[in-house]
Design a binder for this molecule. Structure first.
Ligand code: CP
Length: 327
């Protein structure tokens, strides 16, 4: 059984998956955006948390591959009546679906589902744990910005990426901290001390550099600044630093933007304009925000194809999703 539960994967397998996403990306230029690869397959998007980008792009990706895509959200499902994750998963599997995309507020929920339901499971973001397709689309967008149309087959060797914000509680940061170094990128984690991983947490275990001064990191002229969303809904009443202090120290303001050079400005969305970054930073030429969204469809097409297309089950990028790291 094959799943995508984590962004931890070997370099060559990550490159193969990004290359497959390059193939899928070409569909963006077509008038008729439809490939027959997953005709007759059914994918359920099981979302227990709100989402705009991830759920929509998985739905578009599945439909462009001719799969039947069903959306089930926690709020409108029997989960709201107290049904357990296991029973919900087994119920969906019993309907004959071929794969489940799951977003949950509970870290580890996709791995549990993968053990229970006997169908490929794709982690679409679980609690503060991981968001592997976000990291893959970030790598795809960054690789395209660096290498342009010659991106195929390339990695991110020596590309200096600063990830800024609440690192400790960010599934986006964790998945990027696993994937980007595997592709050769030099990653620095930047944020208030309270938002950086503790020595026992993954960031330190991965051996990544951590800094508290965004200004010091900007002075080093990184190739990309990845700004994380300040998760106000997870931090109500316990934000340290305060919103004002965060803007003073870690927001990409117009003034910091002027010192940043031509670094790519990345954000997974949704953005809090004026908090993580200014509108000028979000909308300027260096911003990859919308390119990341577009990349999300291509990357999710590649993942769905790798896991569900019968004619792709023994290729290199498929094995990447079947490796020990990705279960
Ligand atoms: N980046 C991201 O996961 O966005 P959504 O919550 O809108 O899916």
């Amino acid at each position: 059984m094959r799943h995508l539960l984590t962004a931890a994967m070997p370099r060559d397998e990550a490159i193969a998956l990004l290359d497959l996403a390059e193939d899928m990306h070409q569909i963006q230029d077509r008038e008729l955006k439809k490939l027959p690869a997953l005709r007759g397959r059914t994918v359920v998007n099981l979302f227990f948390e709100d989402s705009t980008r991830t759920r929509s792009s998985f739905e578009i990706a599945g439909k462009w591959l001719s799969a039947d895509v069903i959306n089930v959200s926690g709020k409108g499902s029997s989960a709201s009546k107290g049904e357990s994750l296991r029973d919900t998963g087994l119920t969906i599997a019993a309907m004959g679906v071929d794969g489940v995309v799951v977003r949950s507020g509970a870290s580890g929920a996709p791995a549990l589902l993968a053990d229970w339901i006997g169908r490929p499971v794709i982690n679409a973001g679980d609690g503060t744990h991981e968001h592997p397709t976000q990291a893959l689309l970030d790598a795809f967008a960054l690789r395209r910005r660096i290498h342009g149309d010659a991106a195929r087959g390339k990695a991110l060797d020596g590309v200096r990426v600063a990830i800024v914000g609440d690192i400790a509680h960010s599934r986006v940061a964790r998945s990027n901290a696993l994937l980007l170094p595997a592709l050769g990128a030099e990653v620095t984690l930047v944020g208030p001390a309270a938002f950086l991983p503790t020595p026992a947490a993954d960031g330190s275990r991965l051996g990544l550099r951590a800094e508290t001064s965004l200004d010091a990191v900007i002075a080093e002229r990184p190739d990309a600044l990845m700004l994380l969303r300040v998760q106000l809904e997870r931090q109500a009443g316990k934000v340290a630093p305060s919103v004002g202090e965060y803007i003073t120290g870690w927001s990409l303001t117009d003034e910091r933007l002027a010192r940043l050079g031509d670094a790519a400005i990345m954000h997974p969305g949704p953005m809090n304009r004026g908090l993580e970054l200014s509108s000028r930073a979000a909308d300027g030429d260096a911003s990859t925000v919308l390119a990341q969204v577009t990349a999300g469809v291509s990357v999710r097409m590649a993942v769905l194809y790798s896991l569900l297309a019968s004619d792709h089950r023994s290729s290199a990028s498929d094995r990447s999703l079947d490796s020990g790291a990705a279960r």
